[in-house]
Design a protein around this ligand. Structure first.
Ligand code: FAD
Length: 307
């Protein structure tokens, strides 16, 4: 019951201001976010790379309200690419970007987001790394996949994300698998209506397995984004049955979540990539992590109560 309330709060400016200003929040947020500044992100990436883990970095920010903000998001990503290259990390760390941070929701937003993401993908490619387009709520799916299709023609390593809670996703997986793309499969983190998405967790999980099968049997590079132990086991079994080598797909998990399992999978010879968010605009990301797991909310509430 709490999940939908928290997801609604994730989009409320009033609650954003109150939570962001609470003195305790930052120490709690630090569990999920690598830091507020670029050097924090580079240091976290270097630490993970030293332990044999790949990284995908997210400069936090979403739902920008004007073009200048969208351009600042683009510039922050360009600075990130430069910093990774300077630190010799471009081989280990890629970027994850949200097109709403590049202006997708503004008037003319599809073209604006496309224009802003292009130099980031160009710079990343020149530096020897890649970009994955995160997926946001279902109203953005068509636009994001269209931009991904266009980028693929010049930058074939550009990644896409699909969400198993959406009814449409099996079909999207067929198209992406045939295109040979890098595709991250996740359950989905937004509050979606029953007209477009499964509402029961078991249906979301069943859809995840169907999508997984399509991606693992296809021609692309599946990126299995989940912390769910059952889905990790299903992935390993399906990959073995379909003859997918361990370097022909990867697992992905979020920074600060199931870290022991991240290390265990890597030590076991699996490719493991950690999604590392950083920046000052952590509110929406943090609220989605609380919504996913009531235990995280209890952790947050306990730390408030002990101050
Ligand atoms: P769940 O059923 O939610 O969790 C399974 C188990 O994992 C839990 O029992 C618990 O042990 C652990 N766990 C899960 N979540 C947490 C948590 N927050 N804190 C502590 N433990 C936890 N969603 C999008 O909509 N778009 C994206 O672009 C996107 N990118 C992602 C990238 C990566 C690398 C990952 C891992 C997730 C991404 N997500 C994205 C979020 C995703 O949609 C899910 O909301 C999130 O991964 C939780 O689902 P789960 O598969 O881990 O399974």
């Amino acid at each position: 019951m709490l999940g939908p309330v928290l997801l609604a709060a994730a989009r409320s400016d009033g609650i954003r201001r109150a939570v962001s200003a609470a003195p305790v929040t930052r120490s709690v947020v630090a569990r999920f976010v690598a830091g507020e500044q670029l050097p924090d992100a580079v240091a976290a990436s270097a630490g993970l790379a030293a332990r044999g883990l790949g990284v995908t970095l997210d400069h936090l920010g979403e739902d920008v309200t004007d073009k200048a903000q969208a351009e600042r998001s683009r510039d922050a990503c360009l600075a990130l690419v430069e910093a990774l290259e300077r630190a010799g990390l471009a081989g280990d760390a890629e970027l994850s970007v949200k097109l709403s941070a590049f202006g997708q929701a503004l008037p003319g937003g599809h073209d604006l987001a496309h224009r802003n993401v292009l130099p980031v993908v160009e710079a990343a490619t020149a530096a020897g790394t890649t970009v994955t387009l995160d997926m946001e709520d279902h109203t953005t799916t068509d636009s994001t996949l269209a931009i991904h299709r266009d980028l693929l023609t010049r930058f074939p390593a550009t990644g896409a994300v699909v969400q198993s809670y959406l009814f449409r996703t099996e079909e999207d997986c067929h198209a992406l698998a045939a295109a040979g793309a890098r595709v991250r499969l996740v359950k989905g983190a937004y509050r979606e209506p029953a007209a477009v998405a499964y509402q029961d967790r078991r249906d979301v999980d069943r859809s995840y397995v169907r999508c997984l099968r399509i991606l693992l049997a296809g021609e692309g590079y599946p990126m299995v984004g989940t912390h769910d132990p059952r889905l990790i086991a299903v992935t390993q079994a399906l990959a073995a049955r379909l003859g997918r080598a361990r370097d022909a797909y990867e697992f992905q998990m979020l920074y600060g979540i199931r870290e022991e399992e991240q290390r265990r999978l890597a030590a076991d010879g699996h490719r493991m990539r950690v999604y590392v968010p950083y920046g000052t605009d952590w509110y929406g990301y943090f609220m989605r992590r609380l919504a996913e797991r009531p235990a995280n909310l209890a952790f947050f509430a306990r730390s408030l109560a002990t101050r």
